[in-house]
Design a protein around this ligand. Structure first.
Ligand SMILES: O=C([C@@H]1CCCNC1)N1CCCCC1
Length: 327
């Protein structure tokens, strides 16, 4: 059995939300290939923090005795609580004894997110934060039902896309799929590009980072980012806006990763114009920004992933790997 779930972007493609049924309640969760916990808003939160969200009824649920969870994300946000076992359905696929992590505390960033009802982690289960015993991700729990141990993402700019589980949909991409090996030793979908390019200007330096559906932008080393915006007239690193901004009518340089020897994975300039900074100024915020001090790795987030049909292959032909094709 395989499955497909439709995922829909919030305003400015800030995050993509996908319906997940837990017990008999449907939650809209942020699928996150950069973490490995499935957590949801719950009745253990202060009532005002539950308002507007689907809420997990812990009083009707099967507790995992003695288990708890606490996560600090690289963007500084955090959440924590206790753990239950429940039936979780995504895109027609069912995990009967899925660890569902009920939020009892949320940081301000999550309290401000009026739309997401929680996260569904799709990184490797070694990254799960439940104690005393790590729990398996939804993907690990359904993997044995799938034809192939793969998740394939089709995230789009300003339009619904899909998460395919167990199969690769040839109708969703053009040209060949190019695969690159993944180093899963830190629990992320980490890969290395042999070189990268800003437009026609190739830089023969390797770039290692993670494919992270839960991060909005592309986050790179600050000197690399400054070199990119040197190509964009009128661009400036604005403390007021928290990163690089430029005139909204700028023609942005494409960003290319060179992988698997000589295959180019290119993000068109248009996708690097992330969004206007506000309703009055004609400044736009860049889709490539510097990784914050908290995070010491590069993150290829949604701005990157939107240009590709991406196959997160956990080992259909040996080790874990990522496949990229234009969509
Ligand atoms: O917390 C995160 C991200 C935050 C946004 C959502 N995806 C997971 N990490 C990924 C990069 C290394 C540090 C941990």
């Amino acid at each position: 059995l395989n499955g497909t779930a439709v995922t829909s972007p919030e305003a400015n493609d800030l995050e993509y939300l996908t319906p997940v049924t837990i017990g008999n309640v449907t939650f809209h969760l942020d699928f996150d290939t950069g973490s490995a916990d499935l957590w949801v808003y719950s009745d253990e939160l202060p009532t005002d923090e539950q308002t507007g969200h689907a809420v997990y009824a812990t009083t009707d649920s099967k507790l995992l005795p003695g288990s708890s969870w606490e996560i600090l994300y690289g963007d500084g946000s955090s959440a924590g609580g206790d753990v239950f076992a429940d039936t979780v359905v995504v895109g027609g696929l069912t995990a009967t004894m899925q660890a569902v992590e009920a939020a009892a505390t949320l940081s301000a960033e999550f309290e401000r997110d009026a739309h997401s009802d929680g996260l569904l982690g799709l990184a490797f289960s070694t990254l799960n934060m439940v104690k005393p015993q790590k729990q398996s991700t939804f993907f690990d729990n359904v993997k044995s039902q799938l034809d192939l141990p793969v998740i394939a993402t089709s995230l789009k700019h300003g339009a619904p896309g899909t998460y395919d589980f167990g199969f690769i949909d040839e109708n969703k991409y053009t040209g060949p799929l190019t695969y690159v090996d993944v180093d899963s030793s830190r629990g992320y979908w980490t890969f290395t590009a042999d070189a990268y390019a800003f437009g026609d200007d190739q830089i023969s330096t390797s770039l290692t980072g993670i494919a992270d559906t839960g991060t909005t932008l592309i986050l790179l080393p600050s000197d690399t980012v400054s070199r990119y915006y040197a190509n964009v007239s009128g661009a400036q690193d604005s403390p007021l806006h928290g990163g690089y901004v430029f005139p909204c009518d700028s023609k942005l340089t494409p960003f290319t990763l060179v992988v698997a020897g000589n295959h180019s994975v290119t993000v068109p300039g248009e996708l690097i114009n992330y969004a206007p900074v506000g309703s009055v100024s004609n400044l736009c915020f860049g889709g490539i920004q510097a990784a914050s001090g908290l995070v010491d790795i590069n993150i290829f987030g949604d701005v990157f992933l939107k240009s590709q049909y991406v196959v997160f292959d956990a080992g259909s032909q040996g080790g874990p790997r990522l496949g990229f094709a234009n969509q």
